[in-house]
Write a new protein. Structure first.
Length: 320
């Protein structure tokens, strides 16, 4: 039987431990026999604190990792403290050295910082919660950090985005081990989708801050009131009473992006709000947001968020 070991630390996020036990623990074959044995261990066995108002008793120590086929490292509270990131306690480092070379290694959310600090992500593609991706990339330039995906799988080392993406990661591993039918059965039993479209980009709210003392605040405000019109770069420059070159330079200085990219971002944000809050057809929203056609808006959604407008609405409006 395939053994999945969960290596927990003080300040454990209990939901992430529960995800692993629930999903792998309910995977069975056609005869109803369990496909996985799931065990929990710690660098120092005993009572482990969590971010909640209860503790978890973990009797198994790092030796349990020696017989593991898959080792999963969930997030812990310390991962959210910038001064702790990039640091790995000697006990946790020693525990990871117990993991067999043949074992699959995975992390949930900011557990990726543990794998990174242990050198297990060097030269690999990885992800973590979108808020922490910039820091992961800055601390470990040798890692190819992908901030948009829900999980990565690179040569036996896997990482996932935020807490719920741990579900996607575990289902992916079950699907890889035993096929889609078993993974789908586990997903149905847990009442989660067997596969989510797109990545974590669709869950990031990216408003561009507006400043009253900005030299282009007035033209940006005007553009936001005319998103549905076919605005060109020359239109914005004319409204700002400046040259296209000067306008482009000021936009880059104050927003970090060129004018037309900023405009596309604002149209996307507006379309997202309409999809979340109204029942208007996609074509009408496309016109109101300035994309022109539903086809054009669908392409923008695919490029920026990895999902269609319909899938986005189903996710964020659902049964409303």
């Amino acid at each position: 039987m395939h053994t999945v070991a969960v290596l927990v630390r003080s300040g454990l996020l209990p939901m992430e431990l529960g995800i692993v036990h629930r999903l792998f623990g309910t995977a069975v074959d056609a005869a109803g026999r369990p496909l996985y044995a799931v065990v929990t261990c710690a660098a120092e066995p005993g009572e482990i604190s969590t971010e909640a108002d209860f503790t978890v008793n973990v009797p198994l120590g790092p030796r349990a990792l020696r017989r593991a086929d898959t080792v999963i490292v969930p997030a812990a509270v310390e991962d959210y403290r910038p001064q702790r990131r990039g640091q790995l306690s000697p006990l946790v480092r020693a525990a990871l050295e117990e993991v067999p070379e043949t074992a699959r290694l995975a992390s949930i959310c900011t557990g990726s910082f543990v794998l990174a600090a242990a050198g297990r992500l060097a030269g690999r593609r990885a992800t973590t919660h979108w808020k922490s991706c910039p820091e992961l990339a800055a601390l470990y330039p040798e890692i190819e950090v992908d901030p948009d995906v829900l999980y990565t799988d690179d040569r036996g080392v896997l990482t996932s985005a935020g807490v719920a993406a741990g579900i996607d990661l575990c289902l992916h591993m079950i699907r890889s081990d035993h096929g889609a039918d078993i993974a789908n059965t586990v997903a149905r039993g847990t009442v989660v989708p067997p596969h989510r479209e797109g990545g974590q980009a669709q869950y990031i709210d990216r408003p561009v801050p507006e400043s009253d003392d900005s030299s282009i605040a007035a033209v940006r405000a005007w553009a936001l009131e005319h998103l549905g019109e076919p605005l060109a770069l020359e239109d914005l420059a004319g409204r700002a009473a400046t040259s296209v070159r000067t306008l482009s330079r000021r936009f880059r200085q104050e927003t970090g992006v060129p004018p037309m990219q900023w405009l596309a971002q604002q149209r996307l944000q507006y379309a997202r709000r309409l999809l979340e809050r109204t029942d208007e057809p996609v074509d009408r929203i496309a016109a109101e947001a300035g994309f022109g056609t539903g086809t054009a808006m669908r392409q923008h959604f695919r490029d920026a968020l990895g999902v269609s407008p319909r899938a986005y609405r189903n996710t964020f409006r659902g049964g409303r």
